[in-house]
Design a protein around this ligand. Structure first.
Ligand SMILES: *Cc1c(COP(=O)(O)O)cnc(C)c1O
Length: 378
């Protein structure tokens, strides 16, 4: 027998209400029943994206929504600015390259956050930049970007601000409209507490103009089609019916909790995790703006980081994430996103302690759990 705990930055655990919704008999999508669901989730998504604009639902993972942003907002030969402080920032650059879009790149040392003044400078010296691609939470490093500050810098220019909020939406604050974000994208398997399979994208009036004038060829990801269909409470292709019905359950839970409470809960889970990590004598990878979504931790000297993650998962059923790309074996990542509460964190830290002790790492057993509990008692 094995009880599993999922503390990864996607997928995240599913609430029972969500799982139950997916067990219901399938309905047809071009029906009044499904139209009622579309109406409900459309309102719910506006609520979590904190926008008055429509949010389009794609049957894709989060990257499909990122691709939709690139394919719809720009034309081949145009120039975009990307911010690369980790694997997901790099994805924006790769997507632009795939669509023949030139990129100016701001390289940010992994573990650090971009200085908004650098973005401002780049925009001044490169007035041809049509879009700025940023990442709300750089999941590979556990660092947040100050989107509000970027919004202020980009708003004054012709460029559109595009934010990858795949990890972060519904976990940390993203005031899409108020912060002048022109396009925000997300995915289902992170803060929204669903299985993978849905991508989301919302665009501002400024971005919508770009959608209408873009010379890129696009078909499945054409937001003009999505927009037209949504106007008659429909989708251009067969939607992921079951996942969208599950989404309506997740959104109901989120509305009941309220965004402020959701953000506070994530803050507390993150504080407890960071406090536990420090009490174990370990070091955070993020040297600035550590995220409330996921905590990246440096693997201590003498410990095999990949073995640590593997043992926690295969021997004890606690799944955390290892490092990606150049951070492979160098960091491990504990996510505290979505349907996670204090005793999930306690279980995760407790398992981390157990395996670290078995691997010969020197620390006071229980120190991490104690530090986390002290945060939860506050
Ligand atoms: C998970 C993640 C992605 C990739 O999403 P997929 O659903 O795997 O396509 C992109 N950006 C960030 C910041 C993420 O955390």
């Amino acid at each position: 027998m094995r009880k599993n705990y999922l503390l990864t930055p996607g997928p995240t655990p599913l609430p029972p209400q969500v799982t139950e919704a997916m067990a219901r008999p399938i309905i047809h999508h071009r029906t009044p029943q499904f139209q009622a669901v579309i109406k409900e989730v459309s309102e719910g998504l506006k609520f979590v994206f904190q926008t008055k604009n429509d949010v389009y639902i794609l049957a894709s993972s989060g990257t499909g929504a990122m691709e939709a942003a690139v394919a719809n907002l720009l034309s081949p030969g145009e120039t975009a600015l990307t911010i690369q402080g980790g694997k997901f920032g790099e994805r924006w650059t790769e997507l632009c390259a795939a669509y023949g879009i030139n990129t100016e790149v701001i390289e940010v040392e992994w573990g650090k956050a971009v200085d908004p003044r650098e973005v401002e400078k780049k925009l001044k010296s490169n007035p041809e930049i049509k879009a700025v691609f940023a990442t709300l939470c750089e999941t590979s490093t556990g660092v947040d970007t100050d989107i509000e500050a970027l919004g202020k810098a980009v708003k004054e220019t012709e460029a559109a601000l595009v934010v990858d909020a795949i990890s972060g939406l519904g976990a940390i604050d993203l005031k899409t409209d108020e912060w002048a974000v022109d396009a925000a994208v997300s995915g289902s398997q992170k803060g929204l507490m669903l299985p993978p399979g849905l991508g989301f994208i919302t665009v501002s009036a400024k971005a919508l103009k770009l959608v209408e004038t873009s010379k890129n060829s696009r078909y499945y990801l054409d937001l003009r089609k999505a927009r037209k269909a949504l106007q008659s409470v429909d989708t251009p292709f067969t939607p992921a019916i079951t996942l969208i019905i599950a989404l309506s359950e997740a959104l109901k839970m989120m509305r009941q909790d309220g965004l402020e409470n959701i953000f506070l809960r994530h803050k507390k889970m993150a504080q407890a995790t960071r406090s536990a990590i420090k009490a174990l004598g370990l070091e955070l990878f993020a040297s600035a703006a550590p995220s409330d979504v996921v905590t990246a931790v440096k693997v201590p000297a003498g410990i095999d980081g990949e073995k640590l993650v593997k043992t926690m998962r295969d021997t004890y059923g606690v799944t955390i994430a290892g490092g990606q790309a150049e951070l492979k074996g160098k960091v491990f990542r504990v996510a505290h996103m979505g349907f996670i509460e204090e005793f999930d964190i306690i279980a995760g830290i407790s398992c981390l302690e157990k395996v670290l002790a078995q691997m010969g790492y020197q620390f006071t057993l229980g120190a991490g759990v104690k530090a986390a509990e002290e945060i939860f008692l506050k």
